[in-house]
Each structure stands twice: as C-alpha cells, then as structure tokens.
Design a binder for this molecule. Structure first.
Ligand code: DON
Length: 309
C-alpha cells in the first residue's frame, strides 16, 4: 500500500527523535533489547485510503501490549461483556503494567482492568477455542483481518525469549489460578500469551488496526463491520482510561486520543471517526511507553487539535 511521505510529519519526527536519548529500549524480554533506540516512524491512515507517513513505516515491531486491545475485542465478541467483566474489572490502577500489588486487594480476586498484564492474561485465557494452538489460530486471522494483511505472523525469537523469562507473568497467573480466575495449565497459557505479544506488524499495519477502532469496528476497505460497534467503543474507552498505564491521565490531558502502547515501542492511536495512527519508537520512558512516540503525538495533537476533550 502506497503511503505519502509528508514533509511536516518528517519535521515532527526529526524533532521528536531527539527525545529518544532520554529513553531506554526494553530488555526484560532479552530479544527486545536488540532494537535500535533511535528508530522512529509514524503512519496515519484515513478512511478513504489516504495515508501519510514519516520514517521507515515498513519496519516490523511486535505488538506486545497493543495486542491486549485486540484480544479484548475478540473475547468480548466470543462471550459478551457481562461474562468477561465477571473476571476482569474496568478501573485504571495507577500502577505499572506488570504490578502484582492490587491483585490481593480485591475479593474475590479480579484484575482491575484488561490492559495491565494480570487482566490481559485472564482475557487471553478466555479466548474461545480450547488449546493454545486453537486459540491462536483464531487470534492471528483476526489480527490479519484488522491489519488487512494475511501474511502477518509471529516473531518466534521474541516469543521464545519472553516465554523463557516470564517469571513475573507466571507469578500473576499462578496467583489467579489459586483464586480460580484462571483454570488452565499455566505453561499453555504463557505459550499462547507470548505468541500473542510477539505478533509482528509495521507502523502502516498498526495504523490500519487503529483506523478500524477509530471507525467503531468498520473495515475501511470493505465497509464490513468486523468488530461490533459497542465492543469497538468499549475497547477505545479502555484505551483512554488505561491504554498508557499509569501515564494514561497525563496522556489524556496532553494528547487526548484513545491510544495503546507496547514495550516494543509501538503506539496505536485511534482518532474517533477520523484516522488511525501507527508509531514505532523503541526507546521507552520509565512507564514503558515510547518516549519519542509520545512527544510526536503531543506535537501532532497540538498542531491539529486532535484532543477529543
Ligand atoms: O507481558 C509483558 O510484559 C509484555 N509481553 C507486554 C507488556 C507491554 O507491552 C507493556 N507496555 N508498555
């Protein structure tokens, strides 16, 4: 798909890239540590097929936590909100994405929202299909449809690297298994979750997925409703309240659009009814969000009055 390089966007990227030096590439998943901290790209995709970009928008990143919005949509389609929200809550935590702290404070045990790791692990557990392989065979085509690219696949090296080192996520899972929120073999769930997080997309494809959410679940090319409107809106609401973890409040004030970050350095943005944004900038701030990516969104939001508030 052709995407027009736009000079104003190039200027913003150049300026935002100067902030990358204040961030750090994630390395708690060892294979992510190989990323180039200076990379920064952005694609913006509009409903009529128009696309503008700056930087290397073909370069691949893994979805990481951005996948949590997609699995949430799938599970809500599978089971409906009433069942899903028996197992996971709707409230922001103000804690880091991998925090275990608040899990012990709710009785019965229930992760506060589906965007933190504890909540996302429950959501992945709830994907219908039985075995990890069967569930993954439902999830991957869903991502391919959202991104409109049947070739999207998993970065096996990053999936394996996370699988081998996910001690904290295993701890969250065992806590939740003890409390009967998760009822499956934890290694099986970790296998599925780490493959989910290692699905690889480019900024262009990320912007395409963001656009579907911006359009309340409608595929911009076919006009088909690929996510029911109420579910797409619910996912976008979580992006606003919890999408940037314990930086979501500041992000809402300074930028004001639904967005979801991942530790690979991706940010997916959905400007309601207008366009989808895909950003890749692997240097992260101390909350695990792309430091240059957020700067870039700040500049764009100010310049184009993107805030929905
Ligand atoms: O579970 C993890 O820790 C990673 N696979 C995903 C975390 C993540 O992307 C947090 N985002 N900023």
């Amino acid at each position: 798909m052709a995407c027009r390089s736009k000079s104003e966007l190039n200027e913003f990227v150049k300026e935002a890239r100067t902030y990358a030096k204040y961030g750090k590439v994630a390395d708690y998943i060892p294979a992510l540590g190989k990323a180039n901290a200076n990379d920064l790209s952005i694609a913006i995709r509009y409903p009529d097929g128009e696309c503008i970009s700056a930087g290397d928008v073909e370069k691949k990143m893994t979805l990481q936590s951005i996948s949590k919005v997609i699995t949430l949509a799938l599970v809500l389609m599978d089971r409906g909100p009433e069942e899903v929200f028996k197992y996971v809550g709707m409230e922001p935590t103000g804690d880091p994405f991998n925090s275990i702290a608040k899990l012990e404070e709710t009785t019965p045990a229930k992760p506060l929202n589906p965007m933190i790791n504890a909540g996302a692990l429950v959501v992945t557990h709830l994907i219908k299909g039985g075995s990890a392989d069967n569930r993954f065979e439902r999830l991957l085509p869903f991502v391919q449809t959202l991104a409109n690219n049947p070739a999207i696949s998993v970065n096996e090296e990053i999936a394996r690297s996370e699988f081998e080192t996910s001690n904290l996520n295993r701890a969250l899972c065992y806590f939740l298994k003890h409390h009967r929120v998760i009822n499956e073999d934890i290694e099986e769930l970790m296998d599925l979750y780490t493959r989910q997080c290692a699905i690889e997309v480019s900024s262009l494809e990320l912007a395409r997925i963001g656009l579907v959410f911006a359009l309340d679940g409608v595929d911009p090319e076919s006009g088909k409703q690929i996510i029911p409107e109420d579910i797409a809106r619910l996912c976008k609401t979580f992006m606003v309240t919890c999408g940037m973890y314990n930086a979501s409040g500041e992000f809402a004030i300074k930028i004001g659009i639904p967005a979801k970050s991942g530790v690979s350095g991706g940010i997916m943005g959905s400007v309601p009814e207008k366009f989808g944004i895909g950003i890749f900038g692997p240097a992260l701030d101390d909350k695990g969000n792309s430091i240059a990516g957020i700067k870039l969104l700040e500049m764009l939001s100010e310049r184009y009055h993107l805030s929905m508030f």
